[in-house]
Design a protein around this ligand. Structure first.
Ligand code: CP3
Length: 309
């Protein structure tokens, strides 16, 4: 089975931190040579089976005419209030050209597949809307039409953004809807699911869906044309009973802080459980945490690569 990790190029890697000390995060994302180099670090240093484009889900703010900076998290100006959500109806991919150039560079250098990505409308909107997720959830109740208008725009933008990534050579993509854990079943059906279908169908590349607690919406996503990234709240065997989709996961990111023997034992038992499954990607239930020991991540890759006995 292949192995890669969400946030595999990040603060837990000393080589990344060294670059990060010299540059602003925004500059790392928008300097193709640096972004391509960071994209390749986990392939070179950990031996993972795919490179994940070093970028962020919030970069599409630039395509909507806002500015983006990073402090504790993404900082977008101006944010969208209800009025702007209703009015905005165009976007321009030109400010994202550096990201496409990063893909060009990675494709020249990499011998492994490259995974591109973008955020799904709901999660991206939690960063773009004034008042954040609390305000967005309120608007979904009081102004559903305006929210759908805005999500339609984000959805179309994401499709065009991913199609350009595809043109430049990505081999697969992930769709991140991290914050769906905040949605009720009904809200998920109305404000998340229809957009996923449209994105996976229109982009038409192998796609992987990630959301916190995605397993709680499992019955709704088993007929989407995509792989599912699951966390440890469901066993992959149990998920397998419900779907033939490719499954990705599902180690707990906190496991990587445990002693190496314990990690080894857990990964081996997951491999025992899923090793014969033809459609399984070994990975984590969420991203690698910033202070994760590099040796722990390497251990997981090493065990993944062992031939089954
Ligand atoms: O290897 C990789 O996966 C790196 C590429 C990547 C980044 N962000 C780079 C990044 C990916 C796939 C993302 C996705 C992303 N960004 C998501 C969805 C996945 C998830 O984590 O749930 C979300 C919600 C974001 C938004 C975001 N970006 C936040 C909230 C923050 C600040 C908090 C944090 O995690 O640091 C970021 C910054 C960010 N994006 C970093 C990285 C490596 C931190 C880098 C640093 O501070 O040096």
């Amino acid at each position: 089975m292949p192995v890669w990790f969400m946030r595999q190029a990040g603060r837990f890697l000393p080589s990344y931190r060294a670059l990060r000390q010299k540059h602003l995060l925004f500059d790392l994302f928008f300097t193709p040579d640096l972004a391509a180099k960071i994209t390749m670090l986990p392939v070179e240093e950990l031996g993972v089976d795919a490179a994940i484009l070093f970028s962020d889900i919030t970069v599409i703010a630039l395509a909507l005419g806002s500015s983006l900076a990073f402090q504790e998290g993404p900082l977008i100006k101006p944010l969208f209030d209800l009025d702007r959500m209703k009015k905005e109806s165009t976007f321009d991919l030109k400010p994202l050209e550096k990201i496409f150039q990063t893909i060009d560079l990675v494709k020249e250098r990499a011998e492994v597949p490259l995974i591109g990505f973008c955020g799904a409308p709901f999660t991206v909107a939690t960063y773009l809307v004034e008042g954040g997720e609390a305000m967005l959830l309120e608007m979904m109740k009081k102004e559903p039409k305006a929210v759908h208008h805005f999500f339609d725009l984000l959805c179309n933008l994401s499709i065009q953004y991913l199609l350009e990534q595809k043109k430049r050579g990505i081999d697969a993509f992930q769709l991140f809807d991290s914050w769906i854990s905040l949605l009720s079943k009904e809200e998920f059906q109305e404000f998340a699911l229809p957009y996923y279908r449209k994105i996976f169908e229109k982009v038409d590349l192998p796609g992987i869906l990630f959301g916190r607690s995605l397993s709680s919406f499992l019955d709704s996503v088993i007929d989407l044309p995509c792989a599912l990234s699951l966390d440890a709240s469901i066993s992959l065997q149990e998920a397998r009973k419900k779907t033939t989709q490719t499954l990705q996961g599902n180690l707990d990111p906190d496991l990587l802080f445990r002693p190496l023997e314990e990690i080894e034992q857990k990964v081996r038992s997951l491999k025992e459980e899923m090793g014969q499954d033809p459609a399984w990607i070994l990975g984590l239930g969420h991203g690698v945490k910033p202070n994760t020991p590099v040796l722990a991540v390497k251990k997981v890759v090493e065990i993944a690569k062992e031939r089954s006995r």
